[in-house]
Design a protein around this ligand. Structure first.
Ligand SMILES: *Cc1c(COP(=O)(O)O)cnc(C)c1O
Length: 408
């Protein structure tokens, strides 16, 4: 047997051709961050290792004193995780990305690395309930103040930001009510107040909304949602400038231990290759489903950003290139009747995930959003008959058939 070449190529990557034009995000999603080893494998290699070796004690010393680019330990960095980070940053058009174990560790590191005792965080009220817990329960334990505003009210933002802030956190569209926050308007006010703007872009996904182009400073993802989009792994990411990601977030996370695992990074890197195809299909399906639900007499109201009936339809069209995969609607009936409708579905699963290839329905008031204070839940508009439908990539006719039979 001939001895194969050892993969030292990783340290000195092959001179892959670098196109001399700006690639489309769909191409970037398939190719960015690919750093082949000396074996020349087609697909991305999986570096399922916790540590790294050194040729000499001196090399280890210089690696630790940050004089070389040698990987040290997978909590600080791993080649597979770096591939995922580089690819996601390239899709987003950002300088850098940090990949974390979950979406929530991304939110936590984005905020906790930035704020200190006495700082203020201003956030839109309609947010994912674990984000709400971090901002209203955990950060205040460490002396960080917060103020929640009505995300669609410019006067509310102006009043809250007139008092100054260190960070602004917005989720748009919001989960589950699909409320839209004007990213450009809030970013302008926030920058005048000296705040860094972090956008939870989970519902739109990197495909449909580019917060950095609208003036935001950082974007966070639950990679668990559309990025994996196949219900397999947990993951998260914060994307932004080199100064913020590598100067603020990473020095915090490397010690707090919020790293993404190499296997998850490998799955998610492969997922990025198909993300734009999946999101486009889900978005087409969701629009058809939203139109059907809006026309049905047993549906009280539908909230979908690209429906004419959405109160912020114009704004949604301005800052998103598609309405997304999530349709929020209210069933005409009480909690019991709403549950009966959910239980009658034959294709669509009852589950609390979203952005998945499989269509999933959730009752937010009793599951994902039960941690919100009841008055906040009411203010945001989540009732006992509110349902969130994450539309998958199945054939749209089957999804509509399923909804029709369950409603009938
Ligand atoms: C799911 C979700 C998160 C949290 O992500 P995990 O990967 O579950 O930790 C944060 N924000 C929004 C809007 C989400 O939907």
């Amino acid at each position: 047997m001939t001895k194969r070449q050892r993969p030292w190529g990783y340290q000195d990557p092959q001179n892959a051709p670098q196109p001399n034009w700006q690639l489309h995000p769909d191409t970037i999603g398939v190719r960015a961050g690919l750093n082949r080893t000396g074996f020349g494998e087609t697909s991305e290699a999986l570096f399922l290792n916790s540590g790294f070796t050194y040729d000499s004690a001196q090399q280890a010393e210089s690696a630790f004193s940050d004089e070389t680019e040698h990987f040290l330990y997978s909590r600080f960095g791993n080649p597979t995780v770096e591939t995922f980070e580089q690819r996601l940053a390239a899709i987003e058009g950002a300088e850098a990305a940090f990949a974390s174990g979950t979406g929530m560790s991304a939110v936590f590191s984005a905020l906790a690395s930035l704020v200190s005792k006495g700082d203020r965080v201003v956030a839109s009220m309609a947010m994912f309930s674990s984000c709400y817990v971090i901002i209203t329960e955990f950060l205040p334990k460490w002396g960080v103040e917060f103020e929640l505003v009505q995300g669609n009210d410019p006067a509310d933002w102006a009043a809250a930001l007139s008092k100054g802030a260190k960070a602004v956190f917005i989720e748009t569209p919001s989960n589950p009510m699909m409320e839209i926050v004007d990213i450009a308007m809030v970013s302008e006010l926030a920058h005048k107040a000296g705040a860094l703007v972090i956008v939870d872009n989970v519902l739109a996904s990197p495909v449909l909304q580019k917060p950095l182009e609208l003036g935001a400073d950082a974007v966070m993802y639950s990679a668990t949602k559309h990025i994996d989009g196949q219900g397999r792994v947990l993951g998260g990411a914060v994307v932004g400038s080199d100064a913020y990601i590598n100067g603020i977030v990473r020095p915090f996370t490397r010690h707090a231990g919020l790293a993404m695992g190499a296997f998850e990074a490998w799955v998610l890197t492969k997922s990025l290759e198909t993300m734009s195809l999946r999101v486009a299909r889900m978005t087409d399906n969701a629009f058809e489903v939203a139109l059907f639900l809006e026309s049905h007499p047993k549906i009280e109201r539908v909230r979908y950003p690209f429906l004419q009936s959405h109160p912020q339809h114009e704004l949604a069209k301005r800052q998103m290139s598609g309405g997304g995969s999530t349709v929020c609607f209210a069933y005409k009936g009480d909690k019991t009747a709403t549950y009966e409708f959910m239980n009658a579905l034959q294709v669509i699963d009852i589950s609390n995930n979203l952005g998945d290839a499989k269509s999933l329905i959730t009752h937010p008031a009793s599951t994902t959003h039960r941690r919100l204070a009841p008055e906040v839940r009411a203010q945001v508009g989540i009732t006992d008959s509110t349902l969130r439908l994450s539309v998958g990539i199945e054939y749209a006719g089957d999804l509509i058939h399923d909804l029709k039979q369950a409603l009938g």
